[in-house]
Ligand binder design. Structure first.
Ligand code: PXG
Length: 443
């Protein structure tokens, strides 16, 4: 890694409107990274920053994983771009082969996108298309969940349930309803792994189906583990109950695995981890280790075969993106999956998760902490919000952690941790010892 010797800040920060960022505050006091290797970033003032979040939940194999870096370098010289409408290139097919082999039995077809948001839009459209082409065109309603995050496209914010992500953006898709979220601090605080209480919250689907009539509902979409909203774990039995209800009503079940796909829980998918198979799975992030923007939607054979059989035109699905299955993304994806396999990274997550669990829960009793949650290599520390300034406390911890050389994510007053799978036990200790030092110093 080329360590810079002096800050490499650009002259003017104003031109870049940064996403999901407090732009005015950031530009007063910027946090800039200039390179990365393994578990660490280098900041522009030359400090090593331990990556506690795998970037934004995507750099599962760590930074600059040699196989992936080389694959991208070679691919750009060999085939930089190929049109994906009516033409193909070998690596897109090969990546689809590899992805379907990793995903649950009976889910053997892969549609490529460029992001999680596009994967969600694609999944919702495939669900609507499926019912319509089978002559069940009244099934148009889409059911999401309160506090759900499904990216920032209009489809994703419509089924999503994060108020701030929705309230400024008009009326969104029509015909959408929401299940209640499953977060219940009173009953489940400090549970290790999935909480005991709340499976019955899936039964809200019975009320929704009764209200609208099941024959009008196309799909239910949930994150099997809600990440972005502050790590909300599914109560034991909840996902199975949702699956059974969807089957009862002929509704497609979509798991949004943009975060959980590719190993985060210690199995290739959350579907495998929980033993519940949906009809459609959305992914992105870990597909390419975050190295090239890419996503994939994995659909059941039932859905793909139906599209082929019921097609009313030579083109079966009028949907796609200029960069679907982009050669460089495909090369990065193949190398990422090979790295996960060769270095047994999903097994590593499973092996590390008991150590991780005890590290997360070592913060019990620390000032401000009202809940601790963990699953696989995911951790959350929920802080009591400061009166009249919700979110301020979380933000202050994030800033202090950056000063002390650890990158953490914050959502309101919930700190989220999701390190690369190559993290060492000493580095896990470093994260939680640093947070244990910081929290008592915060008001
Ligand atoms: N679905 C889920 C479940 C996600 O977590 C998306 C869709 C959208 O993906 P794109 O690639 O369009 O951003 C996501 C993204 C965080 C955080 O810190 C989470 C995401 C993105 C950025 C930050 O929790 N998730």
């Amino acid at each position: 890694m080329n360590a810079p010797t002096k800050p490499v800040m650009p002259n003017d920060l104003q031109n870049y409107w940064m996403p999901f960022t407090a732009n005015r505050a950031f530009k007063q006091d910027p946090r800039i990274v200039v390179s990365a290797d393994g578990m660490h970033y280098k900041s522009d003032d030359g400090r090593d920053i331990l990556d506690g979040t795998a970037g934004l939940w995507c750099v599962n194999a760590g930074h600059n994983a040699p196989r992936i870096t080389q694959a991208v370098q070679q691919q750009v010289a060999e085939l930089d771009y190929a049109p994906c409408f009516q033409f193909g290139h070998p690596k897109a097919f090969e990546l689809a082969n590899r992805v379907s082999a990793l995903f649950p039995d009976g889910m053997d077809h892969v549609f490529f996108t460029n992001s999680g948001s596009e994967s969600v839009d694609t999944a919702l459209k495939i669900a609507l298309h499926y019912h319509r082409m089978r002559g069940d065109a009244a099934r148009t309603r889409l059911i999401g969940r309160e506090r759900g995050y499904h990216g920032t496209g209009f489809g994703g914010i419509s089924v999503g349930g994060i108020v701030k992500n929705r309230m400024h953006f008009g009326s969104m898709l029509t015909g959408v309803d929401h299940l209640p979220h499953t977060h219940d601090l009173e009953k489940n605080a400090f549970a290790k792994g999935c909480p005991e209480h709340g499976a019955e919250k899936a039964d809200a689907l019975i009320d929704i189906a009764t209200l609208h009539d099941p024959s009008t509902i196309a799909a239910v979409i949930v994150e099997p583990m809600a990440g972005s909203t502050g790590v909300l774990l599914p109560p034991k039995g909840y996902l199975k109950r949702l699956r059974d209800l969807c089957d009862r009503y002929g509704i497609l079940l979509i798991f949004d695995e943009v975060i959980t796909g590719f190993g985060r829980l210690g199995a290739a998918t959350a579907a495998e981890f929980f033993g519940v198979t949906p009809d459609i799975i959305t992914t992105a992030k870990g597909l390419t280790n975050g190295v090239v923007p890419a996503g994939a939607v994995i659909v059941s054979n039932k859905i793909y075969d139906s599209a082929m059989e019921n097609a009313d035109a030579p083109i079966e699905l009028f949907h796609g993106y200029t960069y679907s299955g982009h050669p460089i993304a495909a090369a990065a994806g193949l190398a990422a999956l090979e790295t996960y396999r060769e270095e047994q990274m999903f097994e590593r997550v499973a092996d590390l998760s008991p150590y991780w669990e005890q590290a997360v829960h070592s913060l019990k009793g620390t000032k401000h902490v009202i809940d601790l949650r963990n699953l696989g290599l995911v951790g959350a520390i929920e802080l009591a919000p400061r009166e009249s300034a919700p979110g301020a406390r979380g933000m202050e911890v994030m800033l202090k952690a950056w000063e002390k050389g650890i990158m953490v994510r914050v959502t309101g007053d919930i700190l989220a941790l999701s390190p690369p799978f190559i993290i060492k036990k000493e580095q896990i200790d470093q994260i939680f010892n640093t947070l244990a030092d910081i929290l008592p110093t915060i008001d």
